[in-house]
Design a protein around this ligand. Sequence first.
Ligand SMILES: C[S@@+](CC[C@H](N)C(=O)[O-])C[C@H]1O[C@@H](n2cnc3c(N)ncnc32)[C@H](O)[C@@H]1O
Length: 371
Amino acid sequence: MQSQPLYTTRYGRAVVGDAFALMGELQDESVDLVMTSPPFALRRQKSYGNVEENEYVAWIVPFAKEVFRVLKQTGSFVLDLGGAYRAGVPSRSLYNFRVLLTLCDEVGFHLAEDFYWFNPAKLPSPIEWVNKRKIRAKDSVNTIWWFSKTDFPKADVRKVLAPYSDRMKKLIQDPESFYQPKKRPSGHDISAGFGKDNGGAIPSNLLSIPNTDSNSSYLWLCKEFGLERHPARFPAELPAFFIKMLTNEGDTVLDIFGGSNTTGFTAEALGRKWMTFDLRRDYLVASVFRFLEGRPVEVVRRILSALASDDANVILEDVVCNLANGSNAKVTRVDLIATQEETRQMVLLEEEGKYQARQSTTRRRRGKPPA
Ligand SMILES: C[S@@+](CC[C@H](N)C(=O)[O-])C[C@H]1O[C@@H](n2cnc3c(N)ncnc32)[C@H](O)[C@@H]1O
């Protein structure tokens, strides 16, 4: 593509600009997976702007048509859409279902499978219907539409096997004594082969992933350098699931509404080529923190000042992306922690709601009365 990236890594590039225009620079059938979470049709506006529910389908269709064009025949388009209520009434907007129907009926996508992302950590909302009047349950599930260009997109669930249940582990250890082969009332013929160890269980289309990142290097460095953290990040486990299942190493993953570049970071960690677009330069500037885990403060500062220049095209060399560390791990950079230790600890602990508790424990240990 011709547009200059803001930064590049070994496998990817983050580019500031309008996703529709930037996709126009990509060749037909050149991308394996588009994984994205657009602005939702929310009543409560996010700082990056949201589209009204009655204009939503018209807004997203041009992007979807470009996605269709740039996807390979075997490619997939995974679209995360949060649910929303209609204005002023306790009934749900159907916008995410309208998007589903229109993308299949008018754009030509197939619905490979509908997924549901359950975020157990989601706060109750809207306050009026859930907290105050208590007439609606907490909404903690996003719809994730997995679209494909054909009926047989590239996919292999063996790459995303779930851990076996304890019951299944026992069955695998001793299939004969634990399970008698028989026909089930449902008609399924469960043979002894059912007890074979396949390395894990077939995952379901309900993905239970808490969105609880309060301690990543990304958040830590945003705080440290006074940059706005993205207000609607998804957890790395979400793109990781689809990237693993739907692509191979070396394939190309695109996030057209990239935000804090969770998708690019995840793709890098998994050895996939990636491109991330976002309209907001400040979000992509801060997203560089994802790739700077463990770097000395001076290096981070130098990279940030290079990104501030209008024609920045920063090459990040030797980035180490570890999914286990990058999204949730505690920051261990000694040089950052050493200075202003108390302030930083406070920020982290406050985020977890533990600061007060810790203060009183310390006072007790020092033999002082509670504050
Ligand atoms: C829900 S956020 C994505 C968050 C991302 N998944 C993450 O984990 O950080 C949607 C993003 O779309 C961006 N956006 C909105 N309209 C856009 C457009 N036309 N082109 C590119 N980006 C756009 C917003 O700036 C926002 O950062």
